[in-house]
Ligand binder design. Structure first.
Ligand code: NAD
Length: 479
């Protein structure tokens, strides 16, 4: 299974072409296993198997039974915690403790959606005399899921969990760079008794399997998490058959620190929000906006934290692991080099451990200060452990800067002033605003998604369940 299969209609099998792709460990650059190179023919068979499941056992299963299966899957994830952690850490390079947190969250998604499956109610609507009108929430049918490599388990789990709980059958195209935990998850789903075809998984390249999934007319809804550029391609492909889409795209999220902030409380959150997963997090806090009256002292404190950061392989379990691959490594290095050429010297940087494997794609976390608001470090998603800091003079300027990029995913606001907390929460354009914290510990229950170029539609919480259903109105004239 982990060495080259696709799961279609409940059976593991080789890709139709028989082709495979090498899987590289980002901690040392060595190939350690292979996955199937699924493509259009496999996607087509998976979509057909999913439709068959909707017409059969899965489509007819009562919501409470669906919920029980999801709960069982969550328990199976917990029971296989150590193996899943090992797969996720080796595949993505993330430090072991981050992989552990991700697998705990994966189990929690199935616990949450298992409990939610039979609580998805419609409404009755007061209408004309002699009528009774109701709405019911129905699954779309067959949903497609295109997953990125940065958090395969968490992002896969949240997307698949919501879609299955709502009663859809899924076809999943995980990322070619990291998907072993999701292959294992699909295997566990079969073991706990999901009917064949309810969950199908076809690893492969984006431009082959991904493009085929996005374009397939049998896909009723597609949930895409990834870059804005590929998101556009997926929307264009789905538009050809007027398919529904949810887009979870990139971010350039700001952390705003006011002069009345609890600086000690803010510091660990601000550092962690940019180094978590080596900065390869859509909601990374990659811009630090600080009130000018405390700017120097606060930057000194952030610098000290950056200088103490250490980078190494996933099993060294340090502050940061490697980036996912060579091209990301070159891309992030390019941002740092161009900043240097533009006269911006790093204010502080962490250290790559001397005993870290030589072939790993490591980048030391780097802090740039006094970055001009229009510089690419402030406006573009780097997707690496690079923090750009700049001062603001008052609340109006802070809001202007916070909203000054095409993205709108997450924001953090650090202030003790209650009025300001609410004003900023209401004026910042972001799908999530955190006051005096950042990320709220992940929050499976908390709707997550973007505004502006960060996307539309919501994952997580009950909002995701609504997003994976369509509403039918039934009007009965009974006199
Ligand atoms: P990506 O867009 O390159 O790839 C994402 C997925 O799309 C992969 O499975 C890939 O194989 C597939 N894909 C690539 N080309 C395709 C095509 N032509 N048609 C269909 N599918 C295709 O993104 P990535 O590099 O894996 O992830 C990084 C990006 O994802 C960043 O921009 C990040 O911010 C974003 N992201 C967003 C969220 C969120 O929830 N908003 C979460 C994680 C990552």
């Amino acid at each position: 299974m982990l060495d080259g299969g696709v799961l279609i209609g409940g059976k593991w099998q080789a890709a139709a072409s028989g082709a495979t792709l090498p899987v590289v460990n980002p901690s040392d650059g060595e190939t350690f296993t292979k996955i199937a190179r699924g493509a259009a023919e496999d996607i087509d068979r998976a979509v057909k198997a999913a439709h068959k499941a909707m017409e059969g056992a899965w489509g007819r299963m009562p919501a409470v039974e669906r919920g029980r299966l999801l709960t069982k899957l969550g328990l199976a994830v917990a029971a296989n915690h150590d193996e899943l952690v090992r797969l996720e850490a080796t595949d993505t390079g993330k430090p072991i403790r981050q992989a552990k947190a991700d697998i705990v969250a994966l189990a929690r998604y199935f616990e949450f959606y298992g409990g939610a499956a039979d609580k998805l109610h419609g409404d009755t609507i007061p209408y004309l005399d002699g009528y009774t009108v109701m709405t019911i929430r129905e699954p779309y049918g067959v949903t497609g899921h295109i997953i990125p490599w940065n958090y395969p388990a968490q992002i896969g789990g949240r997307s698949i969990g919501g879609a299955l709980a709502a009663g859809n059958a899924c076809v999943v195209k995980p990322a070619e760079d990291a998907c072993l935990s999701l292959l294992k998850l699909a295997d566990l789903a079969m073991q706990v008794g999901f009917p064949e075809g309810a969950l199908n998984i076809v690893p492969g390249l984006g431009e082959e399997a991904g493009a085929a999934l996005a374009a397939h007319p049998g896909i009723d809804h597609i949930s895409f998490t990834g870059s804005p550029e590929v998101g556009t391609l997926v929307q264009q492909a789905a538009a050809k058959h007027n398919g529904q889409v949810t887009m979870e795209l990139g971010g350039k999220s700001p952390q705003l620190v006011f002069d009345d902030a609890d600086q000690e409380a803010a510091l660990p959150f601000i550092t962690n929000a940019i180094i978590q997963n080596a900065g390869q997090t859509c909601s990374a806090g990659s811009r630090l906006l600080v009130h000018q009256s405390i700017y120097r002292e606060f930057i000194d404190a952030v610098s000290k934290r950056f200088e103490a950061l250490r980078v190494g392989s996933s099993d060294m379990d340090l502050d940061c692991g490697p980036l996912i691959n060579k091209s990301q490594h070159e891309r992030v290095g390019g941002f740092i080099q161009r900043a240097g050429k533009a006269g911006l010297q790093p204010r502080a940087a962490g250290t790559i451990a001397a005993n870290a494997p030589k072939g790993g794609y490591f980048v030391a976390p780097t802090l740039f200060t006094d970055v001009p608001p229009n510089h690419e470090l402030v406006t573009e998603e780097v997707f690496g452990p690079v923090l750009a800091a700049l001062p603001f003079k008052d609340e109006d300027e802070a809001i202007r800067l916070a909203n000054g990029t095409p993205y709108g995913l997450v924001a953090g606001v650090w202030t003790r002033d209650g009025g300001r907390q609410m004003r900023l929460a209401r004026t910042i354009k972001a799908g999530q605003v955190f006051i005096n914290n950042y990320g709220a510990g992940g929050g499976v229950e908390l709707p997550f998604g973007g505004m502006k170029r960060s996307g539309f539609g919501r994952e997580k919480g009950f909002e995701a369940l609504y997003g994976f259903t369509t509403v039918k109105t039934i009007a009965i004239k009974h006199g």
